[in-house]
Design a protein around this ligand. Structure first.
Ligand SMILES: [Zn+2]
Length: 248
């Protein structure tokens, strides 16, 4: 895979020997690739990403994988808050309100190749390919509800939520019961927490709970789905079952 390497960002530091475990997908919300390169490489901005993918599928390598690029900000996943140290950041030249408001097939093809390569190089689990909105659901929306996760899961890069058989659903419900959970909201929060989401504040705060559910919906449910708590609950049961099976 060929990268454009003539632009480099000074915005990185040492990973301090942390192992790379996650890939975080972002959009730039900027006008075009040129603006994005200049933004991500400007010292004063104090942000960066390892890769930037343009609308025509070119891949810019702005920070070497071995360094800690600054893309995640305040974040949380599986009890870890220093996400930059354990992740690779990929920015997509996309803005919901710009002319670049489509995830072009060239862009997505390059992204898939890049993810596959990184997964192989660093043995990253399928559960470790995340949206910025997964690790910062209360602040961030990117890569947004139109990002084609479906395409990544059909290429077997991320976990797909397969349909569960009746007895598998029974296993999950029994498991919830053994954990003393009766209310759907309780089960939803526990499932989200086990998968990795930051649920520390959501029990007491409905606003944050709704934001978290919205982030989950953008990631795992079809954007055409309306706000149906049942479909979210069903998706979560499948997700948790698959997650527990594929954890290692
Ligand atoms: Zn982002």
């Amino acid at each position: 895979m060929k990268y454009i390497t003539k632009y480099k960002s000074p915005n990185y530091n040492s990973r301090n020997n942390s192992k790379i475990q996650l890939i975080i997908i972002h959009y730039t919300a900027l006008k075009n690739t040129l603006d994005a390169v200049s933004y991500l490489c400007k010292r004063q901005k104090k942000v960066s990403s390892h890769y930037l993918i343009s609308q025509n599928g070119s891949v810019y390598n702005l920070v070497d994988d071995k360094f800690r690029a600054w893309h995640a900000g305040k974040a949380f996943w599986q009890e870890i808050t220093d996400i930059n140290s354990i992740s690779i950041g990929i920015e997509l030249d996309y803005s919901p309100s710009g002319n670049n408001n489509k995830f072009s097939s060239k862009m997505i093809n390059s992204l898939k190749k890049l993810i596959l390569k990184l997964q192989r190089n660093y043995k990253i689990n399928k559960n470790g390919i995340l949206a910025h909105s997964d690790i910062a659901p209360f602040r961030k929306k990117d890569p947004g509800k139109h990002f084609p996760w479906q395409s990544l899961s059909s290429s077997n890069l991320v976990m797909s939520l397969k349909n569960l058989k009746k007895n598998e659903i029974k296993i999950m419900e029994k498991w919830f019961k053994n954990n003393n959970l009766k209310l759907k909201k309780q089960k939803t929060i526990l499932a989200l927490s086990l998968i990795g989401y930051d649920t520390r504040q959501v029990y007491k705060n409905d606003k944050l709970y709704n934001k978290l559910v919205r982030a989950y919906r953008a990631r795992y449910l079809n954007s055409e789905d309306t706000v149906k708590n049942n479909s979210i609950y069903d998706a979560l049961i499948k997700h948790l079952f698959n997650f527990l099976l594929t954890k290692n």
